[in-house]
Design a protein around this ligand. Structure first.
Ligand SMILES: Cc1cc2nc3c(=O)[nH]c(=O)nc-3n(C[C@H](O)[C@H](O)[C@H](O)COP(=O)(O)OP(=O)(O)OC[C@H]3O[C@@H](n4cnc5c(N)ncnc54)[C@H](O)[C@@H]3O)c2cc1C
Length: 460
């Protein structure tokens, strides 16, 4: 039995990125995957949802074509074709990951991996000897344990991605990013959509003010948001499902043809043998140190199984760090600049601290804002809803947080991530020449608002 340098269990964006990076560093790598390569992200998460988001964007633009001087005929969303396009994109990317495994000479083992010791992994009857192990087994959905949760028509996020017929009405339980994204998609496609949430809809860790403005815009899109509702059951009523909760005035509910359980995800490590090995865990999440090593020497863990950020790009970032450390490095994970994006209409994104956090932590800070209404490119695109908000240290001028609601916020946030990561100041951003006319100018103008003032907008 030839010994590997690293065996990685789980082929999602954490595991496959760790495998490729380790191979780039010259290691002999094995990757164990019991399902499809690409994990949740490529198969049931980021990519399929963003394929749907793109169809919705095209639909919404087509509906407004006349405003742009473009005459087109009747416009209709065809769900089976939208879903077929989504499947094609997912398959293309999964096969891309398979090619990358071959190109990097990574041995892929198909099956469920079990850790027998810090230096031995078993996949069915095959044993793989290794110097190090990286656990990258991800997460699973965590449905509300309420009566009726198993009724036909109550969907998980995996199920809703397979729908071939548009429901007339949909109740989304949970206002997480994922819940709000699905609400936005299905509402735009023509489904009457209601979000039911226990706590206010704020889209943390995006800035509260930005989240609040976004929530206010949902009703204009026809999405009803019911907050303060602790769902206690789901009942079938004729052809509909009724989501029920208690209020001081008695039981209340909202009906829908389908119900989406978007109540979050929990770390997944079933069958790995972690308890037997004595790997420290908390509420199902694997505990690691700053270098992503567990309490058992030579076993590392990354991604959703850590139960922290639960984002694909964080899993990949951690994958690179764990691979380097497993090969002798001492790189520490640093989470001060983790961008979060909510792919809705409009898009919302944030990085670094929020204004509320700055106040709570007693950090002397200054806030500046710039509306897309004053950005030439946004006006040309007719996408003027939204703002950019920057939080800087009042003394050093360092950018501590950037929060955006508006066109391409998901792309624009990269400038904020870089600024926070590098400790750049508002002056650094303001003095960087930004191409005109582009949306990043809105970020530059917000930085100017920290200094002498934005050029195209009154002093904030
Ligand atoms: C609907 C939805 C939309 C999302 N959208 C976004 C988004 O837009 N942006 C974003 O950043 N994140 C998004 N996420 C979250 C993102 O998908 C996860 O954060 C990411 O996939 C985590 O990566 P991971 O590698 O840790 O785990 P996963 O992607 O879950 O991969 C884990 C892999 O391990 C395998 N596995 C588990 N146990 C074993 C075993 N014993 N042996 C072998 N294989 C095993 C699983 O089959 C799986 O393939 C979304 C999630 C969902 C559900």
């Amino acid at each position: 039995m030839s010994e590997k340098d690293i065996v990685i269990i789980g082929g999602g964006p954490g595991g496959y990125v760790a495998a490729i990076h380790a191979a780039h560093l010259g290691a002999q790598v094995a990757l164990v995957e019991k399902n499809r390569l690409g994990g949740t992200c490529l198969n049931w998460g980021c990519i399929p949802t963003k394929a749907l988001v793109r169809s919705v964007e095209v639909l919404l633009e087509a509906k407004r074509a006349d405003e742009f001087g473009i005459e087109i005929g009747s416009i209709k969303a065809n769900l089976p074709r939208i879903m077929a396009r989504k499947r094609g994109i997912v398959d293309k990317l999964v096969s891309g990951v398979e090619q990358l495994m071959k190109a990097n000479k990574i041995s892929v083992y198909r099956g469920a991996g079990r850790i027998m010791s810090p230096h031995l992994v078993k996949v069915d009857d095959t044993e793989i000897a290794t110097r190090k192990i990286i656990i990258a087994t991800g997460s699973e959905s965590s449905p509300l344990p309420v009566d009726g949760a198993n009724l036909p028509g109550v969907l998980s996020t995996d199920d809703i991605l397979e729908l071939e017929e548009l429901p007339e009405s949909l109740v989304v339980i949970g206002g997480s990013h994922v819940g709000v994204e699905f609400a936005s998609i299905f509402s735009a496609l023509g489904t009457k959509t209601t979000i039911v949430k226990r706590r206010p809809l704020l889209l943390e860790p995006v800035d509260e003010e930005v989240g609040r403005r976004f929530a206010q815009g949902l009703s204009r899109q026809g999405i009803q948001v019911i907050i303060g509702a602790a769902v206690k059951s789901i009942k079938r009523q004729g052809g509909l499902l009724k989501v029920v909760w208690d209020t001081p005035e008695g039981e209340q509910g909202v009906e829908g043809q389908a119900v989406l359980m978007a109540t979050g995800r929990r770390p997944y490590s079933a069958g790995l043998g972690l308890e037997e090995l004595g790997v420290k865990m908390e509420a199902g999440a694997v505990l690691v140190d700053d270098c992503l090593e567990t309490n058992i020497e030579d076993i590392y863990a990354i991604g959703d199984v850590l139960g922290k950020h639960m984002l694909a790009h964080v899993a990949s970032y951690e994958g690179e760090i764990a691979a380097e450390n497993a090969l002798g490095g001492r790189r520490r994970a640093d989470y001060q600049a983790v961008p979060t994006c909510v792919f809705t209409v409009p898009v919302v994104a944030g990085v670094g601290i929020t204004e509320k956090e700055a106040k709570e932590r007693g950090i002397p800070h200054k806030v500046s804002k710039f509306p897309f209404l004053a950005c030439g490119r946004a006006v040309a695109m007719d996408e003027t809803a939204g703002i950019v908000k920057m939080i800087c240290h009042a003394e050093s001028g360092k950018v501590l947080g950037l929060h955006i609601m508006g066109p391409h916020a998901d792309d624009l946030i990269a400038e904020g991530a870089l600024a926070v990561r590098l400790g750049a100041t508002a002056r650094d951003v303001a003095h960087t020449i930004h191409a005109h006319p582009t949306l990043p100018e809105a970020v530059q103008e917000t930085a100017m608002g920290q200094l002498e003032g934005s050029i195209h907008f009154g002093r904030s």
